[in-house]
Ligand binder design. Sequence first.
Ligand SMILES: Nc1ncnc2c1ncn2[C@@H]1O[C@H](COP(=O)(O)OP(=O)(O)O)[C@@H](O)[C@H]1O
Ligand SMILES: [Mg+2]
Length: 256
Amino acid sequence: MSNQPIIQLIDVVKSFGRQRVLDGINMNIPIGKTTVIAGASGQGKSVILKLILGLLSPDSGRILVEGRDIVTMRSKELNEVRTNFGVLFQGAALLDSLNVFDNVALPLEERTKLSQQEISDKVISTLEQFGLVGQEEKFPAQLSGGMKKRVGLARALMLHPKFMFFDEPTTGLDPEKSMEIYHLFYETQQRFGYTSIIVSHDIPKIFNLADQVVVLNQGKVESFNHPDEIQLSEVPQIKSFVKNTMGYLYRSSELE
Ligand SMILES: Nc1ncnc2c1ncn2[C@@H]1O[C@H](COP(=O)(O)OP(=O)(O)O)[C@@H](O)[C@H]1O
Ligand SMILES: [Mg+2]
């Protein structure tokens, strides 16, 4: 099992006004694996994703994607790097005026030169993979929360990103549906082999499937190679965060 980092944050500092949100963060994201970034609300989890996406710049420090520092990159180069990123945010960000089929087809329409027939074939096979057959004609307003996430994930994967970033992807779903969606992420990650970062404000049981959990607390991070190890943290705030948000942890074998 290779743990070669494909994304590295080195001594990253980020403040907004007088508030220092990230106070010298070091983090390695292993290639082809799932990293969970957990922490209470307002600790800077979304800021980390925005820094990696190049939507924000750090005050100091380096952010390496495949060994190249995106902080000092020109915008043309940065845009090329960005084509490797897929994102799924809270609301799944579907276009309300487009039905499921057209939402999923959109990245292919906008970013490729495929024919209508090729696009249609790809969309249909993707909808099959994500359990969305029969939903093609529906508009986002007609879908359940879980269905919207499925459509968002399907759309994000159309261009085969090397990296997938999920920001609080189960917000608004009940625990059972959240579990189902995390299970889908796990299966999809296994199938597509992308490098995954999932941001969460709690530590759901499904996170035993993560290869690494990074807990963000007061501008610092603590990394754990296994979610079970989080319970061993000596940091009082992490101890209480874990106590408040972690339930029974599933093993991957229990899901099969
Ligand atoms: N663009 C911004 N301007 C000012 N403050 C910001 C900005 N983005 C985030 N912050 C602040 O940084 C802190 C961390 O935000 P965020 O990363 O969104 O937290 P979370 O861990 O809940 O995702 C918060 O206090 C937030 O108010
Ligand atoms: Mg956030």
